[in-house]
Design a protein around this ligand. Structure first.
Ligand SMILES: Nc1ncnc2c1ncn2[C@@H]1O[C@H](COP(=O)(O)OP(=O)(O)O)[C@@H](O)[C@H]1O
Ligand SMILES: [Mg+2]
Length: 220
Protein backbone atom coordinates (compact mmCIF):
# COMPACT_ATOMS: atom_id res chain seq x y z
CA UNK A 1 0.00 0.00 0.00
CA UNK A 2 1.27 3.43 -0.87
CA UNK A 3 1.52 5.71 2.13
CA UNK A 4 0.71 9.31 1.31
CA UNK A 5 2.88 11.67 3.28
CA UNK A 6 0.98 14.83 4.04
CA UNK A 7 3.14 17.87 3.92
CA UNK A 8 6.45 16.82 2.46
CA UNK A 9 7.96 19.50 0.23
CA UNK A 10 8.52 18.71 -3.46
CA UNK A 11 11.89 20.41 -3.19
CA UNK A 12 14.00 20.67 -0.09
CA UNK A 13 17.50 22.08 -0.17
CA UNK A 14 19.67 22.44 2.90
CA UNK A 15 23.01 24.06 3.68
CA UNK A 16 23.95 24.58 0.05
CA UNK A 17 27.34 26.02 -0.69
CA UNK A 18 28.96 26.78 -4.04
CA UNK A 19 32.03 28.67 -5.18
CA UNK A 20 33.58 29.33 -8.56
CA UNK A 21 36.11 32.17 -8.61
CA UNK A 22 34.46 33.47 -5.45
CA UNK A 23 31.93 32.03 -3.03
CA UNK A 24 28.43 32.49 -4.41
CA UNK A 25 26.41 31.27 -1.43
CA UNK A 26 26.73 29.27 1.75
CA UNK A 27 24.33 27.70 4.22
CA UNK A 28 21.49 28.32 1.81
CA UNK A 29 18.25 26.44 2.48
CA UNK A 30 14.90 26.40 0.73
CA UNK A 31 11.66 24.40 0.69
CA UNK A 32 9.09 24.39 -2.04
CA UNK A 33 5.69 22.75 -1.66
CA UNK A 34 3.11 21.53 -4.12
CA UNK A 35 1.13 24.41 -5.74
CA UNK A 36 3.74 26.87 -4.52
CA UNK A 37 5.73 29.32 -6.63
CA UNK A 38 8.84 31.25 -5.63
CA UNK A 39 10.72 33.91 -7.51
CA UNK A 40 14.37 34.79 -6.96
CA UNK A 41 15.70 38.19 -7.88
CA UNK A 42 19.20 39.58 -7.44
CA UNK A 43 22.03 41.35 -9.19
CA UNK A 44 23.84 39.79 -12.08
CA UNK A 45 26.61 37.43 -10.94
CA UNK A 46 25.11 36.67 -7.51
CA UNK A 47 24.61 33.03 -8.50
CA UNK A 48 20.90 32.79 -9.37
CA UNK A 49 21.46 30.59 -12.42
CA UNK A 50 23.98 28.47 -10.52
CA UNK A 51 21.42 27.94 -7.73
CA UNK A 52 18.78 26.98 -10.29
CA UNK A 53 21.17 24.48 -11.86
CA UNK A 54 21.94 22.94 -8.46
CA UNK A 55 18.25 22.63 -7.53
CA UNK A 56 17.31 21.18 -10.91
CA UNK A 57 19.78 18.20 -11.06
CA UNK A 58 22.24 19.90 -13.41
CA UNK A 59 25.07 20.84 -11.02
CA UNK A 60 26.36 19.28 -7.83
CA UNK A 61 26.89 21.76 -4.96
CA UNK A 62 30.23 21.90 -3.09
CA UNK A 63 28.26 20.89 0.00
CA UNK A 64 24.65 20.58 1.12
CA UNK A 65 21.76 18.41 -0.05
CA UNK A 66 18.91 18.66 -2.51
CA UNK A 67 15.82 16.46 -2.13
CA UNK A 68 13.40 16.32 -5.04
CA UNK A 69 10.17 14.49 -4.27
CA UNK A 70 11.92 12.94 -1.25
CA UNK A 71 14.96 11.76 -3.19
CA UNK A 72 18.49 12.90 -2.24
CA UNK A 73 19.38 13.63 -5.86
CA UNK A 74 23.17 13.97 -5.68
CA UNK A 75 23.48 10.62 -3.93
CA UNK A 76 21.83 8.89 -6.91
CA UNK A 77 23.69 7.03 -9.65
CA UNK A 78 23.88 9.03 -12.89
CA UNK A 79 21.29 6.79 -14.55
CA UNK A 80 18.72 7.36 -11.79
CA UNK A 81 19.49 11.07 -11.69
CA UNK A 82 18.88 11.20 -15.44
CA UNK A 83 15.49 9.58 -14.92
CA UNK A 84 14.53 12.11 -12.20
CA UNK A 85 15.64 14.89 -14.55
CA UNK A 86 13.57 13.49 -17.38
CA UNK A 87 10.38 12.73 -15.45
CA UNK A 88 10.11 15.10 -12.50
CA UNK A 89 11.92 18.23 -13.57
CA UNK A 90 11.05 20.77 -16.25
CA UNK A 91 13.63 23.41 -17.07
CA UNK A 92 12.81 26.54 -19.04
CA UNK A 93 15.62 28.77 -20.31
CA UNK A 94 15.53 32.15 -21.96
CA UNK A 95 16.80 30.72 -25.20
CA UNK A 96 15.19 27.55 -26.33
CA UNK A 97 16.33 24.58 -28.31
CA UNK A 98 13.64 23.54 -30.74
CA UNK A 99 14.05 21.49 -33.91
CA UNK A 100 13.49 24.24 -36.48
CA UNK A 101 12.57 21.91 -39.32
CA UNK A 102 9.79 20.18 -37.38
CA UNK A 103 6.35 21.56 -36.59
CA UNK A 104 5.54 22.93 -33.14
CA UNK A 105 3.41 19.83 -32.52
CA UNK A 106 6.19 17.44 -33.53
CA UNK A 107 8.62 19.20 -31.21
CA UNK A 108 6.23 18.77 -28.31
CA UNK A 109 5.41 15.19 -29.26
CA UNK A 110 9.11 14.26 -29.16
CA UNK A 111 9.28 15.39 -25.54
CA UNK A 112 6.12 13.51 -24.52
CA UNK A 113 7.38 10.30 -26.13
CA UNK A 114 10.60 10.52 -24.11
CA UNK A 115 8.74 11.31 -20.89
CA UNK A 116 5.97 8.77 -21.49
CA UNK A 117 3.17 11.33 -21.18
CA UNK A 118 0.19 12.21 -23.37
CA UNK A 119 -0.23 15.47 -25.26
CA UNK A 120 -2.50 17.81 -23.28
CA UNK A 121 -4.06 20.30 -25.69
CA UNK A 122 -5.21 22.59 -22.89
CA UNK A 123 -1.53 23.58 -22.54
CA UNK A 124 -1.57 24.82 -26.16
CA UNK A 125 -4.67 26.90 -25.46
CA UNK A 126 -3.25 28.31 -22.25
CA UNK A 127 -0.16 29.51 -24.11
CA UNK A 128 -2.18 30.60 -27.16
CA UNK A 129 -0.29 28.47 -29.64
CA UNK A 130 -3.15 26.12 -30.59
CA UNK A 131 -3.70 27.94 -33.92
CA UNK A 132 -0.05 27.59 -35.01
CA UNK A 133 0.63 24.13 -33.60
CA UNK A 134 1.04 22.49 -37.04
CA UNK A 135 3.31 25.22 -38.40
CA UNK A 136 7.03 24.71 -38.80
CA UNK A 137 8.99 26.23 -35.91
CA UNK A 138 11.06 28.32 -38.35
CA UNK A 139 7.84 30.03 -39.51
CA UNK A 140 6.91 31.15 -35.97
CA UNK A 141 7.77 34.45 -34.29
CA UNK A 142 10.33 34.51 -31.47
CA UNK A 143 7.59 34.86 -28.86
CA UNK A 144 5.64 31.95 -30.35
CA UNK A 145 8.78 29.80 -30.39
CA UNK A 146 9.41 30.57 -26.71
CA UNK A 147 5.80 29.58 -25.89
CA UNK A 148 6.22 26.32 -27.86
CA UNK A 149 9.36 25.56 -25.86
CA UNK A 150 7.43 26.18 -22.63
CA UNK A 151 4.57 23.97 -23.86
CA UNK A 152 7.13 21.28 -24.60
CA UNK A 153 8.42 21.42 -21.01
CA UNK A 154 4.89 21.42 -19.49
CA UNK A 155 3.81 18.53 -21.72
CA UNK A 156 6.32 16.32 -19.92
CA UNK A 157 4.14 16.95 -16.83
CA UNK A 158 7.03 17.75 -14.49
CA UNK A 159 6.48 18.04 -10.73
CA UNK A 160 8.81 21.01 -10.47
CA UNK A 161 9.38 23.70 -13.02
CA UNK A 162 12.61 25.66 -13.00
CA UNK A 163 12.56 28.79 -15.11
CA UNK A 164 15.61 31.02 -15.66
CA UNK A 165 14.49 34.40 -17.03
CA UNK A 166 11.73 32.67 -19.02
CA UNK A 167 10.12 35.92 -20.11
CA UNK A 168 13.35 37.79 -20.90
CA UNK A 169 12.69 37.90 -24.63
CA UNK A 170 8.94 38.44 -24.46
CA UNK A 171 6.82 41.58 -24.59
CA UNK A 172 4.91 42.48 -21.43
CA UNK A 173 1.57 41.04 -22.47
CA UNK A 174 3.09 37.71 -23.58
CA UNK A 175 5.25 37.57 -20.45
CA UNK A 176 2.12 37.91 -18.30
CA UNK A 177 0.36 35.19 -20.27
CA UNK A 178 3.31 32.85 -19.78
CA UNK A 179 3.37 33.49 -16.01
CA UNK A 180 -0.38 32.90 -15.76
CA UNK A 181 0.06 29.64 -17.69
CA UNK A 182 2.87 28.48 -15.37
CA UNK A 183 0.83 29.34 -12.28
CA UNK A 184 -2.22 27.59 -13.63
CA UNK A 185 -0.12 24.53 -14.52
CA UNK A 186 1.26 24.14 -10.99
CA UNK A 187 -2.21 24.45 -9.44
CA UNK A 188 -3.84 21.87 -11.69
CA UNK A 189 -0.91 19.43 -11.57
CA UNK A 190 0.09 19.75 -7.89
CA UNK A 191 3.44 20.95 -9.13
CA UNK A 192 5.75 23.78 -8.02
CA UNK A 193 7.60 26.63 -9.71
CA UNK A 194 11.07 28.02 -9.02
CA UNK A 195 11.61 31.16 -11.06
CA UNK A 196 14.57 33.46 -11.57
CA UNK A 197 13.76 36.85 -13.02
CA UNK A 198 14.87 40.47 -13.31
CA UNK A 199 11.32 41.61 -13.88
CA UNK A 200 9.55 42.87 -10.76
CA UNK A 201 6.07 42.55 -12.28
CA UNK A 202 6.73 38.94 -13.18
CA UNK A 203 8.29 38.22 -9.77
CA UNK A 204 5.19 39.62 -8.06
CA UNK A 205 3.14 36.87 -9.68
CA UNK A 206 4.94 34.29 -7.54
CA UNK A 207 3.68 33.55 -4.03
CA UNK A 208 7.05 34.05 -2.40
CA UNK A 209 9.79 36.45 -3.37
CA UNK A 210 13.45 36.14 -2.44
CA UNK A 211 16.50 38.25 -3.07
CA UNK A 212 19.84 36.48 -3.50
CA UNK A 213 22.34 38.79 -1.84
CA UNK A 214 25.24 38.53 0.60
CA UNK A 215 25.44 34.80 -0.21
CA UNK A 216 21.93 34.17 1.12
CA UNK A 217 18.32 33.99 0.06
CA UNK A 218 16.51 36.77 1.88
CA UNK A 219 12.75 37.00 1.88
CA UNK A 220 11.42 40.25 0.39
N1 LIG B 1 30.50 26.77 -14.94
C1 LIG B 1 31.12 27.83 -14.40
N2 LIG B 1 32.46 27.89 -14.31
C2 LIG B 1 33.07 28.96 -13.73
N3 LIG B 1 32.42 30.04 -13.26
C3 LIG B 1 31.07 30.04 -13.34
C4 LIG B 1 30.34 28.94 -13.92
N4 LIG B 1 29.02 29.23 -13.86
C5 LIG B 1 28.93 30.43 -13.28
N5 LIG B 1 30.15 30.93 -12.97
C6 LIG B 1 30.42 32.21 -12.30
O1 LIG B 1 29.61 32.30 -11.15
C7 LIG B 1 29.10 33.63 -10.98
C8 LIG B 1 27.58 33.59 -10.88
O2 LIG B 1 27.02 33.21 -12.14
P1 LIG B 1 25.46 32.98 -12.34
O3 LIG B 1 25.01 31.89 -11.46
O4 LIG B 1 25.25 32.80 -13.81
O5 LIG B 1 24.86 34.37 -11.82
P2 LIG B 1 23.47 35.09 -12.13
O6 LIG B 1 22.56 34.11 -12.79
O7 LIG B 1 22.96 35.56 -10.79
O8 LIG B 1 23.79 36.25 -13.00
C9 LIG B 1 29.63 34.42 -12.14
O9 LIG B 1 30.77 35.10 -11.69
C10 LIG B 1 30.00 33.38 -13.18
O10 LIG B 1 31.06 33.81 -13.99
MG1 LIG C 1 21.60 34.02 -14.63
Amino acid sequence: MKVVVGNRPLLEASALEKSFDYQLFKDLSLSLYSKQSVAVMGRSGTGKSTLLHILSTLLKPDSGKVFLNGEDIYSLKEEKLESVRRREVGIIFQSHYLFKGLSAYENIETATLLAGTKIDRSIFEMLEIDHVIDNKVSDLSGGQQQRVSIARVLSKKPKIIFADEPTGNLDKETANMVMDALNSYIISNNAALFLVTHDQTIANKAQKLYQLENKRLNIR
